[in-house]
Ligand binder design. Sequence first.
Ligand code: UN1
Length: 483
Amino acid sequence: MFKNLIAGEWLDGHAVSRNINPSDTRDLVGEYAQADVAQADLAISAASAAFPAWSLSTPQQRFDILDTVGTEILARRAELGDLLAREEGKTLPEAIGEVARAGYIFKFFAGEALRPGGESLPSVRPGVGIEVTREAIGVVGLITPWNFPIAIPAWKIAPALAYGNCVVFKPADLVPGSAWALAEILSRSGLPAGVFNLVMGRGSIVGEKLLNDPRVAGISFTGSVATGQKVAAACINRADGRMAKFQLEMGGKNPMIVLDDADLGVAVNAAVNSGFFSTGQRCTASSRLIVTEGIHDRFIAAMVERMKTLKVDDARKAGTDIGPVVDANQLGQDVDYLGIAQGEGGKLAQGGERIDRNADGAPGFYLAPALITDTTPDMRINREEVFGPVVSVLRARDYEHALALSNDTPFGLAAGIATTSLKHATHFKRHSQAGMVMVNLPTAGVDYHVPFGGRKGSSYGPREQGRHAAEFYTTVKTAYTQA
Ligand code: UN1
């Protein structure tokens, strides 16, 4: 049984959650402790007690710890990648890549611990000097989703610690294995007890406690829009009026435009990668392809040909392109949307079959990647996030029409364009209403050292990752001194 880490001790929970391999549901990855409210309370107390000393720890101490953690993650990338692929279902190369990303994130923020920066300005009054500095915000509650079981925890935990905060980390209930492995590495890294706490358990128990406890100064959340709205409301409506700072990363319905002048191979690669890799389970997935008339039929034909070659199989098997969907619920949602899209007039051009058993006969949650053509902007398939290997196609008259369609969404995380026109690429970068814009590249699979986040219904609050992470994990102090 894998336990929770609270105040430097490994503690049993009040219940147990079973972590099942979606590639082979007979395979139990492990049993993980589930915390109750009292344990979440204990973790918040431990983090609060550890904060005064940790917030004053030296940059060297933070650098050493984060750098050590990054080094161990990178050294163990094959083993941790295997665990990640086994519990979540993305392919082994994708999983190893994600683990490496987590390692590099720790190394990046090790460096940031040495570079807090600040400003020194003269006052408008004579003889007065001003310093503007950043301080840690306090205890932060970090709530992460199942689709990036180590990278998203890393990009919340590493900056939280680098800037001097104490952490209570609640990973996704469904996929706790990689989160536990990361916590175990952190437990040996030299962090004082209570600076980092792992509290696995249900959102309705552990998550609620983090949101409502006034000792938690900030919540960083990645997950659905519906839960994000609850997080925001709870952070504002704290009983004692002490509101929590919050940062939300939520859904996407990311467009990728394919213009007549696109390089067909580049466009197909980008669309297949960001539509279907990681089984489409990325908030950055390109789920709406917006294709202009002159290339539409050729593009669809090339997509269908490529999709026929994609191997859907066990995530850890060599040669697998697409692993399983994460669980039965998500598979049900994917299949429902296929029905909804066709019911509204979309045509299933390729894929969409449920595959009950993989090539070795193991039972799993497999779905052949699906392409739905002839859709219109008002259809639910073009407005709601599916979070599976399901991509819809919209026809556009020209670039201007494609741009308007691309922005016609409640979301605004990422947006892509495939074109050889400098004029259209340049215009799109400026006029796309998304937080991240990609030209001739997949919308998913982003760098770890630059800001990540979106607009509209996709994100709320300061950006994550890169130097911008400091905006959430620190608070600004303005100090005036009369010499
Ligand atoms: C990526 O596409 O590289 O939940 C990262 C998600 C995002 C992370 C995507 N927060 O899918």
